[in-house]
Design a protein around this ligand. Structure first.
Ligand code: FES
Length: 359
């Protein structure tokens, strides 16, 4: 049991006269100390004095909690009523909307009800809880040491070094299976046992035409204006493609054209652009949001999620934000008819980093 002391106001106390507060445990122990002003006098709320107001407040707290329960039930009903069809992205939105609304009502109901309860109905007089000394009396400390010494003697933990060391080794190894199993958080591989395989390849191959997203019309290099940006998918990627959403998520590209003189290209990538046209993966290397906001004059490409910014005129290097790698570049050229085509797949996995990426 703690000692709760509610300081009493002393009418003759000079501190009270100045502050209107009770003196509490005010002590002046030196010239530099200041007096504890104590607690302000308690002023009763309407619910403290009026039973009708109290009943009203209780009813409204109950109403908030009931509303919270209904919100939770609504969220479950929405989950059941709006199943997500993996092949139809339009089924995601209504489900998420109503599940989110239900959960929001549920959490808000509990929060508002609890705050209302605390403010209107719970005991609200402040008190002083005198802190006890933290250090246990010496005899209690001695007794604790004795208990440890006795346990050590009885268990033989200190004496049996081999058992002790093997136990420490076993305890150190025990969490490892859980850590190893984290590997399964990556998608299962369809090609061998490497789960990272799925990230290494996209639909882009040598000669695949670049087409507009979403209508799939091929793009002539001569049609791409300087300063323009085009969202691009590989030719042949349609809703009929197996796993088309996954394939699209990996293969989407942003095509940007600028004056050739504005481009800074690494020597080994000098042939990856075509007359100032460059193509970069749209999947942010931070955690995979689609980057799509291009600033025409600076050639900066912004990820809306956490504001990573890439310089498209200089290898899509990161110039700001949490991303750690440039966006992968798709090497491009034109075919006999002047349409833009890929020279190959990306030369590195697209998207965020993952443990096996460098292997
Ligand atoms: S996902 Fe792009 S900055 Fe985080």
């Amino acid at each position: 049991m703690s000692d709760i002391v509610t300081p009493k106001a002393e009418p003759s106390d000079p501190i009270n006269a100045a502050t209107g507060y009770s003196s509490g445990t005010a002590v002046l122990d030196s010239e530099n100390s200041f007096a504890d002003p104590g607690l302000p006098p308690h002023s009763p709320r309407k619910t403290d004095t009026d039973p009708h107001a109290q009943a009203r407040a209780a009813r409204s707290v109950v109403a908030w909690f009931v509303l919270s329960g209904l919100g939770a039930i609504g969220a479950i009903a929405a989950y059941v009523s709006f199943p997500i069809d993996a092949t139809d992205i339009s089924t995601v939105r209504p489900g998420n909307l109503f599940i989110g609304l239900g959960m929001a009502v549920s959490l808000l109901g509990i929060g508002i009800g609890a705050v209302h309860w605390a403010r209107q109905l719970m005991f609200d007089e402040e008190g002083v809880d005198i802190r006890h000394p933290q250090r246990a009396p010496q005899e209690v400390r001695d007794a604790a040491v004795e208990v440890f010494a006795e346990a050590n003697k009885e268990s033989g933990f200190g004496r049996r070094t081999l058992i002790r060391r093997s136990l420490i080794g076993a305890a150190a190894l025990a969490p490892l299976p859980g850590i190893v199993m984290l590997r399964d958080l990556a998608p299962a591989s369809t090609e061998g046992s490497d789960p990272a395989e799925k990230f290494r390849h996209t639909m882009w191959t040598e000669g695949t035409r670049l087409t507009r997203d979403p209508d799939g019309t091929p793009i002539k290099a001569s049609d791409v204006q300087i300063g323009s940006a085009v969202h691009v998918i590989p030719e042949g990627l349609t809703e009929e493609t197996e796993n088309w959403l996954n394939e699209k998520a990996k293969a989407v590209v942003l095509l940007v054209r600028m004056e050739e003189s504005e481009l800074t290209e690494a020597e080994d990538r000098a042939s990856w652009s075509y007359h100032g046209i460059v193509a970069y993966s749209k999947i942010c290397t931070h955690v995979g949001c689609p980057v799509a906001l291009v600033e025409q004059h600076t050639h900066h490409l912004l990820c809306p999620c956490h504001q990573s910014t890439f310089d498209v005129s200089d290898g899509a290097k990161v110039i700001f934000g949490p991303a750690k790698r440039p966006l992968p570049q798709l090497p491009i050229t034109v075919d006999d008819e002047g349409y833009l085509v890929a020279q190959s797949d990306f030369h590195e996995p697209v998207g965020p980093s993952f443990p096996e990426r460098e292997l």
